[in-house]
Design a protein around this ligand. Structure first.
Ligand code: COA
Length: 322
C-alpha cells in the first residue's frame, strides 16, 4: 500500500508586524476587545510590492530544504489561496517559474480558509495512485489586500503568510484519510463581492471588502469543525485519546476553544498560532503545523488532525501519521 507522507514543512511570514496597539490608532478598537473576542495579539502584513507567490516561494524553499529535495525533484504543485497574484495564469505556474521547477501540473485551489486542506487532499490522491512522486503543497494568502482598513469588524482579524509541505510516497502510514465538504447556501455569511463575471470592471476600489456576519460564521464554524474532525476520527477508528495533536484553522481562539471543548480534547493538544498570526486563511494550518514541527512539539510517528473551515462554506479534515 502506498501512502503519501509529509517529507518536510516550511513557512514564511512577512517582516512587517501590525499589533493591536497599531490598530488602536487606525480604527475605533482596543487591544482588550481584540484579545478577548479573538485571542489575536498581532499579525504579519505583506509589503505593497510583495506578491502571494513571493511568500509561497520562501515557504516552499523552506519545506524543500527540510525534505532534502531540489526543484528538479518536484513533479506537481498545489496552491490553496484566495489571494493569487493574478486571475491567470494560476499562481502555481508563477511559483513553478520563479523556483525553476521543471514542467509539471500546476493547480490553484480556491476554497477560502479550507484551501490548504482541499489542496492536500487532492495531492494525496495523486501520490497514492503513483501519478506524482514529489508534490509541493502550499497554503498562502495576502488576504490583507482584500481588507477595508476602516471596517473594524474585519480588519482586526486577518494576516498574511504562507506555509508549505512536501508530499512523497511511502510504505509507512502518512495521510490516513481526508474528508472534505461544502455548502453553498452560506455564501452570504462570508464572501468577497468582487469577481470576474459579476462586477470587476464596475467596482471601484472602495466597493470591495470582505463581507462577514461574524456571529453566524462563528456558530456554523464551531459546529462544522467539530463534525468533520469527528468524522475523520471515526473513519479510522481512532479514539480521541490516541490523537496527539489537533491543528485547527486559526481564525479565532474562541472558535478553537469551543471546538476542542465539543470534541472533549484538552487545549494542551491543540496547536495555537492565531495569537501571533491572526487569521491567515488558507495559510493558517500549514503555518501552525510548521511552527509546531520546528519547535519540537509535533514529532515523527505522531497522530495529527488538520481541521479547516472557510467561506463558501467549505470545510475539511485530514488525519495523518506524521
Ligand atoms: N473593536 C471594538 N468593537 C468592535 C469591533 C472592534 N474591532 N468589531 C466589532 N465591534 C463591536 C460591534 O460593533 C458590536 O457593537 P454593538 O454591540 O455596539 O453593536 C460589538 O462589538 C459586538 O459585536 P459582535 O459582532 O456581536 O461581536 P462578537 O463577539 O461576535 O465578535 C467576531 C466578533 C468577528 C470577533 C466574532 O463574531 C468572530 O470571530 N466570528 C467569526 C469570524 C471568523 O472567524 N471568520 C473567518 C472564518 S474562516
Amino acid at each position: 500500500m502506498i501512502y503519501s507522507k509529509i517529507a518536510g514543512t516550511g513557512r514564511y511570514l512577512p517582516e512587517r508586524i501590525l499589533t493591536n496597539a497599531d490598530l488602536e490608532k487606525m480604527v475605533d478598537t482596543s487591544d482588550e476587545w481584540i484579545r478577548t473576542r479573538t485571542g489575536i495579539e498581532q499579525r504579519h502584513i505583506a509589503d505593497e510590492e510583495q506578491m502571494t507567490s513571493d511568500l509561497c516561494v520562501k515557504a516552499a524553499q523552506n519545506a524543500m530544504d527540510s525534505a532534502g529535495v531540489a526543484a528538479d525533484d518536484i513533479d506537481m504543485i498545489f496552491v490553496g489561496t484566495t489571494s493569487p497574484d493574478l486571475i491567470f495564469p494560476n499562481i502555481a505556474t508563477i511559483i513553478q517559474h520563479k523556483m525553476g521547477i521543471p514542467a509539471c501540473a500546476c493547480y490553484a485551489v480556491e476554497a477560502a480558509c479550507s484551501g490548504f486542506v482541499y489542496a492536500l487532499s487532492a495531492a494525496d490522491k495523486f501520490v497514492r495512485t503513483g501519478d506524482a512522486k514529489c508534490v509541493l503543497v502550499i497554503g498562502a494568502e495576502i488576504i490583507t489586500k482584500l481588507i477595508d482598513w476602516d471596517d473594524r469588524s474585519t480588519c482586526v482579524l486577518f494576516g498574511d503568510g504562507a506555509g508549505a509541505v512536501v508530499l512523497k510516497p511511502s510504505g509507512e502510514p502518512g495521510i490516513l484519510s481526508t474528508h472534505l465538504g461544502a455548502d453553498g447556501q452560506y455564501q452570504q455569511l462570508l464572501y468577497y463581492p468582487v469577481g470576474v463575471s459579476n462586477n470587476l470592471a464596475a467596482a471601484g476600489v472602495g466597493d470591495s471588502r470582505i463581507m462577514m456576519s461574524g456571529n453566524d460564521v462563528f456558530k456554523v464554524a464551531v459546529k462544522t469543525l467539530t463534525a468533520v474532525a469527528q468524522e475523520a476520527l471515526d473513519a479510522n477508528d481512532v479514539d480521541l485519546d490516541e490523537l496527539d495533536w489537533l491543528v485547527p484553522h486559526q481564525a479565532n481562539l474562541r472558535i478553537i476553544q469551543a471546538t476542542a471543548k465539543r470534541l472533549k480534547l484538552p487545549m494542551e493538544k491543540v496547536i495555537q498560532t492565531v495569537q501571533i498570526h491572526g487569521n491567515t486563511s488558507a495559510a493558517s494550518i500549514p503555518l501552525a503545523f510548521d511552527v509546531a514541527v520546528r519547535d519540537g512539539r509535533i514529532k515523527r510517528g505522531q497522530l495529527v488532525l488538520f481541521d479547516a473551515f472557510g467561506g463558501g462554506f467549505t470545510w475539511g479534515a485530514v488525519l495523518l501519521r506524521y
